[in-house]
Write a protein that binds this ligand. Sequence first.
Ligand code: MG
Length: 159
Amino acid sequence: MQIRVGHGYDVHRLTEGRKLILGGVEIPWERGLLGHSDADVLTHAVMDALLGAAALGNIGQHFPDTDPAYEGADSILLLEKTVELLAREGWKVGNIDSTVAAQRPKLMPYLDKMRENIAAACGVPPDRISVKATTEEGLGFTGSGEGMSAHSVCLIERI
Ligand code: MG
């Protein structure tokens, strides 16, 4: 079986007056992530990992933040489009492992729902999708609550 590995990384700033959406889950919180789309930092990292594995460039090339079509876009739908792009090139999702770095709020109660959303968009069972969360011990921009970041690695397989 032909396989490829990919890596994605994304950062968004936290600000007042925005919804906090991670892995397609709206999380009740006093601030949300700033961005052109829904600013779902986790889903963006997943998309970049998949695009990277297939050597298809990055999220900004396929879904530019200058395009009004993507204003307030649901990133889970963009992930579905990304999976379609890969399928056209003969690739399907094997598995994905991701980590969100956020000082607050506690994300544990929402992780399984994020896995389900990402799995559904990728057309795979949730046991192929892992989402983890970590604080960064109060250090750096995630630790201070200035923003959140997400890392993702994936394996894709030839269809
Ligand atoms: Mg992003």
